[in-house]
Design a protein around this ligand. Sequence first.
Ligand SMILES: *[C@@H]1O[C@H](CO)[C@@H](O)[C@H](O)[C@H]1NC(C)=O
Ligand SMILES: *[C@@H]1O[C@H](CO)[C@@H](O)[C@H](O)[C@H]1NC(C)=O
Ligand SMILES: *[C@@H]1O[C@H](CO)[C@@H](O)[C@H](O)[C@H]1NC(C)=O
Ligand SMILES: CC(=O)N[C@H]1CO[C@H](CO)[C@@H](O)[C@@H]1O
Ligand SMILES: [Zn+2]
Length: 524
Amino acid sequence: MPSDDGLPLLRQRSGGGLAPRRWALRQESVLSLLTALLLLGIGLGIWVYGTLPTSDRNEHPYEYALETERIHQHLVQFLEIASKHNNSRSVATGHAASAEYVEQQLRWHGDCDIQRQHFLSPVWAVRGVPRLRVRGPVSINYIFETDFQIMRYGGQSANITDAPVVQVAGGACVAGEIGDVRDKVALVRHSGRCTAFEAAFALEQLGARAVVFARPLRFKTPSRARVRITDWKEGDPLMRVPVLSVTGSVGQLLASVAGDGRVDIETDTSIDVVKTFNLICVGRTGDPTSTVVVGSHLDSVAAGPGINDNGSGSASTLEICLTLARMKYRPRSRLVFAWWGAEEDGLLGSRHFARVLAKGWKNRWTDTERIDVRWQDIALNLNFDMLASPNYIALVHNGTDAPGRAQRGSQRIQRVFENYFARHSYSYRITDMLAGSDFVPFIDNGIPAGGVLTGAGELKSIDERRVHGGLAYAALDTCYHRDCDTLLNINMVALHRMSRAAMHAVAIMTGRPDLRAFLDGASQ
Ligand SMILES: *[C@@H]1O[C@H](CO)[C@@H](O)[C@H](O)[C@H]1NC(C)=O
Ligand SMILES: *[C@@H]1O[C@H](CO)[C@@H](O)[C@H](O)[C@H]1NC(C)=O
Ligand SMILES: *[C@@H]1O[C@H](CO)[C@@H](O)[C@H](O)[C@H]1NC(C)=O
Ligand SMILES: CC(=O)N[C@H]1CO[C@H](CO)[C@@H](O)[C@@H]1O
Ligand SMILES: [Zn+2]
């Protein structure tokens, strides 16, 4: 992989992306060949330098017009906003201020109509260290995070003392089989055919004071899985009683005392339902029946400012929008830019968008808010989440993962990104497109999607390091979902390459006269 491709030298944090050169030739036997190659190489180099970059630049003017430094400036603003909101841009903290900044930029320099789409989002927080204690001949205080966890969205604060434990038969999935749990702590050891939320909620309805899920013995740690309806919406229930997860061995002990053993559970948590919104900017030109939705999420997790995750995606989306406006771009297909809210709480913003547009669902704001997009008019979705992980790998979503009607078009989108990386001789890898970001509601509702990203908490292997450079045995983003996800966590080379990949796809897709036919595979 070339380490110098004519890019301005940007601040690079950890060497991500610079691959070691591998010398495969044995010098002594091929000296003359080398000389010939060298001359050829110089010739080629002059030719490439003289012609390719300029023609490539002429063929892809929008891609080259995108300035990484401007994206960085938006990130500086996001960080400033986070610092004024308890170091976070989550739904409960700096999200609204981030959206106001984006809106202001769009008003001043954009070429689209700004619309807000409001929805409710549950916000969950653990405010103090919880306690779990078994009373018996020998009392045991269990250790938080080692022996037990509070599952996410697992209830309001509670102070339960000396409550009997009862083990629930089956997976707590069939009300008739559950038995008497009223005023008891329900222990569930065998997960059944329903989700953790369905089991926990059924137990709460039957009067349980708390629910404890024991993990199978092979797991050494308790779980922080979510006990909430995945695509929660206004009106749906949330857990009120505490829901804990314990390791298999703690579960075994609790089961052995069930019947006469008693426990204390103390939690200091909160679930609040807050109003948040998606920020949508609907383009003024281009064919509305062939709309391209370019999205990224604007919120961060509560734990940190989210400058890579996912500020890098939303800042890039913003700058793509502003750059196209500056260049007076006239797309053939209409462009709609979206900054989703509440992604970190389970893609709630993009799910809300799909629910309202695809399914005609109404919440109490639907009638007063105008969103000028019809679901059947959306040709595709491009999603840009994390684009600047310090130890990055350029990742392209695998279109074949998209189900049913969305698959063919998603494969086409994947190819467009691959063409960009191949043209620049940048290394990249295909990654799945199953879960984890805002493309999900699109592919699940028949709309092709795709996108690029640079990786999160997963470790880079030695083989990947050989191909993609950077550090082996280190996370692609060590600061993923942590308070150190700040400007220092931004790899400028990654940001440069990935944001231009994004711009490339936006320009190629909205520049085609036959976008729908192209996505159907009918046209090349
Ligand atoms: C600020 O964040 C810290 C750490 O996440 C948390 O403990 C604290 O309660 C937060 N304060 C406010 C006012 O939200
Ligand atoms: C919980 O209840 C116990 C016993 O009633 C009490 O000693 C303890 O202070 C309570 N804890 C909280 C946080 O209220
Ligand atoms: C893409 O996904 C399909 C199935 O979803 C899988 O068979 C294929 O191997 C994947 N491709 C790559 C390059 O990972
Ligand atoms: C690319 C990537 O890792 N994006 C992350 C953005 O935030 C969501 C929600 O926490 C993660 O699941 C995604 O993985
Ligand atoms: Zn995240």
